[in-house]
Design a protein around this ligand. Structure first.
Ligand SMILES: [Zn+2]
Length: 345
């Protein structure tokens, strides 16, 4: 197996230990943001009874890497994400969807656990020509209306009239695709199908397990890696502009359900190989099922996640997962780690 460069690992470690002090609500120059994330995590779910809430725990400030080159990553990567996401604390007040502007061209959406226990995350990546939406939620939410509102805000900030939209799914499981129908037939919108053949033909992938496609949103190139194992049509997205690896249900702080173990191991290794030598600021999946207590997850189906683990994982977690599944030597095993649980089906 190929090892990661010491420089890359050193960078990730140094960022993981970065000073987290200081007020991160400094994004007054962000577009049309409303600060509703002050105070305790409970406040985040009770301060707004509208359908969506927008927060601004973000910083565009880069940091010096250990190589002396400018880093893509915020100086305090963990502070670039909300201290707590909506987590089913009070369903009378919690919005159906939380909108988090990571930066002025990058948005994370979290579906309320009150609407579906899966509480999936969705991502919007804006380029000059197109905005990519990854995943549409588990159903029961007006995802298209929220996406439209985010796009309107972005267009206004940029002084633009319109932008093309592409809707793609991390994989075909129901809790990630339920809102696709809200986008079908809408203007300026392409909705990528959810089968292997449909994803392959859209991105021009010839060999599903081996190829890596690139998709240009306009000054923002997204790499598309097939990573079957959790589900056959699963893809990872790598956004080199932000150092983001979007891993869907293949790696997140929770129960990593593995349908095809051998294929999964190959896919994890492919991701490790792919990011070798690249800067990775964040490994972001589509659920959180771990608590802040190492190795302890929420009960399956729980609609309230007090003390929820953050969404953000680092490259070291991908390496930890790779090492663990490779060490199983072809025999799938349930294995609890601090930040995720390997869960062969
Ligand atoms: Zn899934």
């Amino acid at each position: 197996m190929r090892a990661l460069t010491p420089i890359t690992l050193a960078l990730v470690v140094s960022l993981g230990c970065a000073d987290s002090s200081g007020d991160t609500d400094e994004a007054g120059d962000e577009i049309g943001v409303t600060d509703t994330e002050e105070g305790s995590s409970e406040d985040t779910t009770s301060s707004d009874s509208s359908d969506t809430v927008t927060d601004t725990d973000t910083s565009d400030t880069g940091t010096e890497s250990t190589t002396g080159m400018e880093s893509l990553c915020p100086a305090d990567i963990e502070a670039a994400f909300p201290e707590a996401w909506i987590h089913g604390a009070d369903c009378a007040f919690e919005p159906d969807i939380q909108v988090h502007w990571y930066d002025s061209d990058t948005v994370i959406l979290r579906q309320s656990l009150c609407t579906n226990f899966e509480g999936p995350f969705m991502f919007m990546l804006f380029g000059e020509d197109e905005v990519l939406l990854e995943d549409t939620g588990a159903g029961g939410i007006a995802i298209a209306a929220t996406v439209d509102a985010v796009i309107e805000e972005w267009l206004e900030a940029k002084g633009r009239a319109s932008i093309e939209r592409v809707v793609v799914n991390s994989h075909a499981h129901g809790d990630h695709v339920q809102g696709n129908g809200q986008f079908v037939g809408q203007p300026n919108t392409a909705v990528v199908g959810t089968s292997v053949s449909e994803v392959s033909s859209f991105f021009g992938i010839q060999n599903w397990r081996d190829d890596i496609a690139s998709y240009d949103l306009g000054g923002r190139v997204i790499d598309v890696l097939p990573i079957p194992g959790h589900q056959n049509a699963h893809i990872a997205l790598f956004d080199a502009s932000r150092g983001w690896l979007l891993t869907g249900d293949t790696l997140y702080p929770g129960r990593l359900y593995i349908a095809d173990f051998g294929t999964y191991v190959t896919s994890i290794q492919r991701m490790v190989d792919f990011v070798d030598g690249k800067e990775v600021c964040a490994v972001l999946g589509t659920h959180v099922e771990m608590t802040t207590t190492p190795g302890v997850d929420f009960e399956f189906g729980s609609t309230h996640h007090p003390n929820e683990h953050g969404l953000w994982l680092g490259l070291e977690h991908l390496v930890e997962l790779r090492d663990a599944v490779v060490a199983m030597n072809g025999t799938p095993a349930y294995e609890v780690h601090d930040d995720f649980i390997i869960y062969p089906l």
